[in-house]
Ligand binder design. Structure first.
Ligand SMILES: [Zn+2]
Length: 449
């Protein structure tokens, strides 16, 4: 399987070593707000990558960090007057909730940055000792120019980096390129004790402290959105490779494209910020996944009403087929296996999800067009849907709630037979509040939702 690696700017084959697991780290959210559709886009992609690697029987450990201390969180505290704990607790719970609904369930472990303060302090101390970092009045900084490879990931030389460096008010810094490893406490900020006084970690060091704890100084895959390449990922390389002197920090750097809303990059300041929670009110999680996965992971995805309405229609067609074959016995035979192979094959080529979706929808369309199917054919379709679901998470399947609905419906029918129309109506009205309609006909009662 090939993936496009940002550092070498080329397609690289993912190598696995006998008996060794593959380690993957993806930058998690900074939890100053509820998760937005940009998060959904990024994490649906890495979820499919993880699912597919496991589908290929590759042992994978998928680690994600949760940035629970960072400038944005401090700003949020100041803007809202809410406590640090309140902000990070509510937003991280909401993150886990919506990721679950979106079926992003492949992460092995979520590491909260503030659980790794002692590991962070150890890394900063090593960098000072090796001459890569220095302490000034407001914190500890990394001496970017000392690391000869600084700029190798973002393909920039020091002059270009200088132009890009924000004009800093901090005159004590040796160089505008130097970045914070430790920030000393300001009034009202959460802080932890350190050899440099009370303070909090810089953003980039959180990740290397976490990955070193789990994977050591080198690991396989690092993911995140494209806008993290510089300075975030560039600085991670500088930190870890300066500490360990073991290159490369990461074998495959995989970066995802942005999410646009109505063709404009989503940002809070533009007020086109769509939370996952809002989108899920109107669309199935499968529709959101289909929309995201219909575009190449490194291209920009556009979230507009039409794209998501189309994806919802697609998700419903898949679901109709699923319902049609659900009661049949799953049939795994050569023909069905060939179909699955054909559908998933594009993933070998740099995780080409749009091609896989296209192949799959062709199969769904052909299957729905069949007026009569044998039990065996139904069983084969069921097998294909099951296998595709394992990797893509786009088959809407609600067997359990449906069965519970049948139980409710049968009980209500019994009440009606006994003449207890009051209780029967009460059930009907409560279900209506949940968006489920009961239709009573001469032949019996039916449910619609
Ligand atoms: Zn990160």
């Amino acid at each position: 399987m090939d993936v496009r690696d940002t550092l070498s700017a080329s397609l690289k084959k993912i190598e696995t070593r006998e008996g060794k697991r593959l380690n993957m780290f993806v930058c998690g959210p900074t939890v100053q707000d509820k998760p937005h559709m940009g998060h959904a886009r990024t994490y649906v992609f890495y979820d499919v990558l993880a699912r597919y690697l496991r589908y290929k029987k590759i042992r994978l450990f998928y680690l994600m960090n949760i940035t629970d201390i960072e400038d944005h969180i401090i700003t949020k505290m100041q803007e809202t007057g809410r406590s640090w704990e309140d902000i990070i607790d509510s937003n991280s719970s909401e993150f886990f909730r919506v990721m679950g609904i979106l079926k992003n369930n492949s992460v092995n472990y979520y590491a909260f940055a503030t659980d790794y303060i002692s590991e962070i302090i150890a890394q900063v101390s090593k960098l000072i000792k090796k001459g890569y970092a220095y302490e000034i009045a407001d914190g500890v900084y990394y001496r970017a120019r000392k690391f000869k490879d600084y700029g190798k990931l973002s393909k920039q030389n020091l002059d270009q980096l200088m132009i890009g460096a924000r004009v800093e008010v901090n005159e004590e810094k040796e160089d505008p390129l130097d970045f914070a490893l430790w920030k000393k406490k300001k009034e009202g900020e959460p802080s932890w004790p350190s050899p440099w006084g009370e303070g909090r970690p810089g953003w980039h060091i959180e990740d290397t402290a976490i990955t070193e704890s789990f994977f050591g100084p080198n690991y396989d895959i690092h993911g995140g959105a494209k806008d993290l390449i510089f300075p975030h990922h560039e600085s991670e390389i500088a930190q870890m490779e300066a500490i360990s002197r073991k290159k490369p920090l990461v074998k495959y750097w995989i970066h995802t494209g942005h999410l646009n809303v109505d063709d404009i990059k989503m940002s809070k300041s533009l007020k086109n910020f769509v939370t996952v929670e809002e989108a899920l009110k109107n669309y199935w999680p499968e529709a959101i996944r289909i929309m995201m996965l219909s575009m190449r992971y490194n291209a920009a995805v556009n979230f507009d009403e039409k794209a998501v309405v189309d994806a919802q229609g697609t998700a419903e067609r898949i679901s109709i087929l699923q319902h049609r074959v659900n009661s049949s016995k799953l049939t795994k035979n050569e023909r069905a296996e060939e179909v699955v192979k054909r559908i998933l094959a594009p993933l070998e080529n740099d995780v080409n999800t749009p091609e896989t979706i296209k192949e799959f929808l062709g199969f769904v369309k052909d299957s729905l067009a069949k007026s009569k199917m044998t039990e065996e054919e139904k069983g084969e379709i069921k097998y294909v849907l099951n296998e595709v679901e394992k990797v893509m998470g786009i088959v809407h399947n609600a067997p359990l709630p449906e069965r519970s609905m049948d139980i409710v419906l049968n009980l209500r029918n019994e009440l009606r037979k006994k003449g207890d129309y009051g209780s029967a109506d009460k059930i009907r009205d409560s279900l209506k509040d949940e968006g489920i309609k009961i239709e009573d006909t001469a032949e019996g009662s039916y449910l619609w939702w």
